[in-house]
Design a protein around this ligand. Structure first.
Ligand code: NDP
Ligand code: 8X3
Length: 249
């Protein structure tokens, strides 16, 4: 398989690249930090192709895809993983720019990549799109605001893809993980490495390798099996009660 992974310079994306290559597949590594991609490609050898791309920029996506060598053009699996959360402040305190960046990356980037690669999969009658959603797309929490809403979009877009793709041979899956450590997610979100480390203190979170194994399992199922969505959490995480403010005013 040729697997196109966005956000391959860190976290889940890099772990997924390692897992697919370990299992004999080829990976296109896409992200903005080319130096990180080059280092990973060096580690992975000829099975990896690093390619600089900003998913928020349609031209950058088009340019990157147009530069793919002929032998790398038949993408079997697209993993829309590039994404981020910014800020944990309440909606009425977050800078608009943070919301705009999350929407541009988690929604616009994901649909632009899908729009670019899906028609060829349908034409061939096989392929798989794995979108990385989040438990935040299903379970609201204080400070989740636009991040949670972008991941709700990812889930609903994936399920609507399933509606359109039924009978085409092309599969689509939403993976919705909960707390996952060992990635740059909280460093990016909190913009403070010490605070980011505290998020995972006293927990045993999911790891990027857990997500990578799940993505690989989904991609290696027989072609007649579609996992529509999968929600996964570390055992130490669960659902909370609804928040009730008592005795106000
Ligand atoms: P990381 O911050 O470790 O990795 C994010 C990746 O996305 C990086 O490779 C980054 O690369 C890339 N990226 C960000 N913006 C862009 C852009 N504009 N264009 C191209 N690439 C971009 O995070 P995780 O690995 O933890 O997260 C991966 C995905 O999983 C995200 O969608 C996240 O929302 C989701 N998720 C994470 C969870 C967690 O707890 N960690 C739980 C649930 C979901 P670069 O900066 O080089 O461009
Ligand atoms: C990341 C998981 O719970 O921080 O999507 O929103 S959470």
């Amino acid at each position: 398989m040729i697997v196109f992974i966005t956000g391959a310079s860190a976290g889940f994306g890099a772990a997924m690249a390692r897992t697919f290559v370990k299992n004999g597949h080829q990976v296109v590594l896409a992200a903005r930090r080319k130096d990180r991609l080059d280092a990973l490609a060096k580690e992975l050898g000829e099975s990896a192709l690093p390619i600089a791309m900003d998913v928020t920029d349609k031209n950058s996506i088009e340019e990157a895809l147009s530069m793919l060598p002929q032998s790398w053009r038949q993408i079997d699996v697209l993993i829309n993983n590039a994404g981020l959360a910014l800020n944990t402040k309440p909606a009425y305190e977050v800078p608009l720019e943070d919301w705009e960046t999350m929407i541009a990356t988690n929604i616009k980037g994901l649909v632009t990549m899908t729009h670019a690669l899906l028609p060829a999969m349908v034409e061939r009658g096989n392929g798989l799109v794995i979108n990385i959603g989040s438990v935040a797309g299903r379970t609201p929490y204080p400070g989740g605001n636009v991040y949670g809403a972008t991941k709700a979009f990812v889930e609903q877009f994936t399920l609507n893809l399933r509606a359109d793709l039924a009978g085409t041979g092309v599969r689509a899956t939403n993976i919705a993980p909960g707390l996952c450590g060992g990635t740059e997610f909280s460093n990016v979100r909190l913009r403070d490495d010490a605070a980011a480390a505290k998020v995972y203190e006293g927990t045993q979170p999911l790891t990027a390798e857990d997500i990578a194994e799940t993505a690989y399992w989904i991609a290696s199922l027989p072609p007649h099996v579609n996992i529509n969505q999968i929600e996964m959490m570390p055992t130490c995480q669960g659902y909370g009660p609804l928040n009730i403010k008592r005795n106000l005013g």
